[in-house]
Design a protein around this ligand. Sequence first.
Ligand code: NAD
Length: 250
Amino acid sequence: MGRLEGKVAIVTGSGRGIGKSIARLFIEEGAAVLINDLDEEAAQLTARELQAAGGKVSVVAGNPDGDVTNESSCLRIVEAAREDLGGLHILVNNAGTTLDRVIHKMDDRAWRFILDVNLKGTFLMTKAVYDYFKRQRYGKIVNMSSMAGLGSNIGQANYATSKSAVISFTKSVAIDLAPYNVCVNVLAPGIIDTRLTRAIPSEKWESVTQAIPMGLGRPEHVARVVLGLCSEDFDYVTGQLIVVSGGLII
Ligand code: NAD
């Protein structure tokens, strides 16, 4: 019997990277998963792979249907999970991106774009499940912050701001929902090997990854922590930040 048997989960941004790994692990543990991504092709590919492995999935993807910055799309994603998969118990707000610029070259568009995807997307998806989880008196929400939300890196004022706000947002929602048996927690991954980090310039890659005491992180490292938080082992843990950085931040 899997640890998520009978559960239905939404994993945003699950077309690739960390989100895809979470979706795969959830399926292995018995959950049905709504695959969401702005990138339709990536989402459909993930869905086909998971279905071939015997998983129950539904997909809401592409632009604008799969865009977590669009409020009506978020409502539709939640509706699709409930209708196609028969309920909803878990939301993983994983969709996120970067658009690095040093501050004097960062225009309003680059600022707003990152705040929209990383922060507003998390807010809108959370709002879309809020009443349902409250009425159900059960739910697990896991938000994706970043090590950059605790400090920052050159050129990441927009990203760091969005990710640090996700931590405060998580704590506020956790306070609201604790009396309803809904757990809301947040992860801060360090450096995980995905398309996002492969954007780090090649001349910096070696020094950045060599500084990680346990070596470069893999998406499964993060996915396993998300699974733990969504399992009954963590039913009494809410409002917490967990750093998943292989010892980079201690
Ligand atoms: P990734 O680029 O591999 O995957 C992110 C996915 O999100 C992509 O498939 C993308 O299409 C999707 N997405 C982007 N905007 C979206 C939108 N508006 N609506 C729906 N989907 C959207 O990145 P990843 O490394 O897997 O990152 C996943 C999460 O983890 C992000 O929130 C990221 O900020 C966070 N994170 C990653 C790292 C890392 O080292 N990779 C470290 C810290 C935090």
